[in-house]
Design a protein around this ligand. Structure first.
Ligand code: AMP
Length: 426
């Protein structure tokens, strides 16, 4: 299969070549002809399949046939990073066509976005909240939109964006082409699809990612020993490449990145409380190798294309088995091997079972001397809930309070011992 079959205009073909795309990916093969034919589309696909170009290319081809300067395409995406990433793809693929795009999201000044509207844009890539603000308060019009793309619909649902999306839909012409992409299709997404799509063509694309390329290991550990175990693994069992670490909370991500920096690892955090500029810096730094470790929450990392990650660490397990597969899928891409390390505590037993059931195999457990899982449910980690500055002033280093508030001698730090190397690296 070649891009030639789609008969794109020569400028677009030049741009495809400049991006280094030689052959269409499976989702591109299936989606491009359908979108060019004006069909609505329901695409079950996730990031990494080439889905952005799958909708961007036919959209650009169509837009070059009609007058410029009015918003004719709206792409709605859940996170600022994804909006930026999609905007970047549109820019690259529409280079030299004269089409204008703008990414619209909160957390940054409105003026550049308003200036772009004034100059005239053809394609708006937006997160729901800021887009509604522009629609309600700044006179943005979407009545000339011919194509609507809803990207990562399941993520938008998880983030509570569906009411906003329904409000946005009221600003769009009834007669339009709608493309909806989602990695999963639970009932709520199906309902939105039924409401927004007309006789859609359905395509399902599996991300080619043989789990066999990823060596997985579970490390039983108590909550309070997780950071020490992480440092132990990073020091004694390093990987050749970058490490992506997932934490459950934004504060956990920030705190852990700090600890890693203190231990002289080049690490950065990516979480929702950071400004847009900080997030951009973190992500670009991780992509270009300035930082070899990125500590992120699921929401912040979702939809972000960081390929060639050598190791994924689940510092905290995710809340679903599917999310585990999605997380570890960040490594083992492009036929390279990767490894997935997961810390498991007493309370994670049910989740481990669910993960193993989904994969139809059991995952090896690795014990490291000096580290062990607690034998009963532990209290949540203090540092994950409250910043150190807000903790009790009477709490001295070297002492820790027991549950009744009495001070006791802090337990001796584990002396990291030998771990069994199941990866054949390090
Ligand atoms: P996406 O799923 O849209 O996030 O794309 C994942 C990655 O695949 C991005 O880095 C794209 O630049 C890249 N990509 C998209 N289409 C192709 C293609 N036909 N050939 C090679 N790489 C591609």
């Amino acid at each position: 299969m070649s891009f030639k079959q789609f008969e794109f205009k020569s400028q677009i073909t030049t741009n495809i070549n400049s991006c280094g795309y030689e052959h269409p990916t499976p989702i591109q093969e299936q989606a491009i002809p359908r979108i060019l034919a004006g069909k609505d589309l329901l695409g079950l696909a996730q990031t990494g399949t080439g889905k952005t170009a799958a909708f961007a290319l036919p959209i650009i081809e169509e837009l070059t046939n009609s007058p410029r300067g009015k918003v004719r395409v709206l792409v709605v995406a859940p996170t600022r990073e994804l909006a930026e990433q999609i905007n970047e793809s549109f820019r690259e693929l529409a280079e030299g066509t004269g089409l204008r795009t703008v990414a619209v999201y909160g957390g940054v000044g409105k003026k550049p976005q308003l200036d772009a509207f004034k100059r005239g844009v053809d394609i708006v890539i937006a997160c729901p909240g800021r887009l509604l603000d522009h629609l309600n308060n700044h006179g943005l019009k979407l009545d000339k939109v011919t194509t609507l793309v809803l990207d990562e619909a399941d993520q938008m649902f998880d983030m509570g964006f569906f009411p906003d999306i329904r409000r946005i839909l009221k600003h769009l012409p009834q007669k339009r082409q709608t493309l909806l992409f989602s990695a999963t299709m639970p009932a709520d997404i199906k309902k939105l699809a039924d409401e927004t799509l007309t006789n859609p063509e359905e395509i399902r694309i599996k991300l080619e990612q043989p789990l066999d390329l990823i060596s997985q290991a579970l490390y039983p550990v108590s909550k309070r020993q997780k950071s020490a175990l992480l440092l132990h693994i990073l020091k004694h069992n390093p990987v050749d490449g970058s490490t992506l670490i997932f934490t459950r909370t934004k504060y956990g991500a920030k705190n852990l990145a700090k600890k890693l920096l203190k231990a002289k690892f080049s690490a950065t955090a990516l979480q929702g409380n950071m400004s847009q500029n900080q997030r951009k810096k973190a992500l670009n730094g991780f992509r270009d190798g300035t930082f070899s470790i990125l500590v992120a929450t699921d929401i912040a990392a979702r939809g972000i294309d960081v390929s060639l990650v050598a190791q994924v660490v689940n510092f905290d397990l995710p809340s679903t088995a599917e999310a585990y597969t999605h997380r570890i899928g960040r490594t083992g891409r492009a036929r390279r091997s990767g490894r997935a390390v997961s810390f498991i505590c007493f309370d994670d037993k049910a989740m481990v079972k669910a993960i193993e059931k989904l994969q139809g195999r059991s995952i090896e457990k690795v014990t490291v001397d000096g580290f062990a899982m607690a034998t009963k449910t532990e209290a949540p980690q203090k540092q994950q809930r409250r910043p150190a500055s807000k903790r009790s002033k009477t709490h001295q280093p070297g002492q820790q309070k027991n549950r009744s508030g009495n001070k006791s001698k802090a337990k001796r730090k584990p002396t990291p011992g030998k771990s069994r190397n199941v990866f054949g690296v390090g």
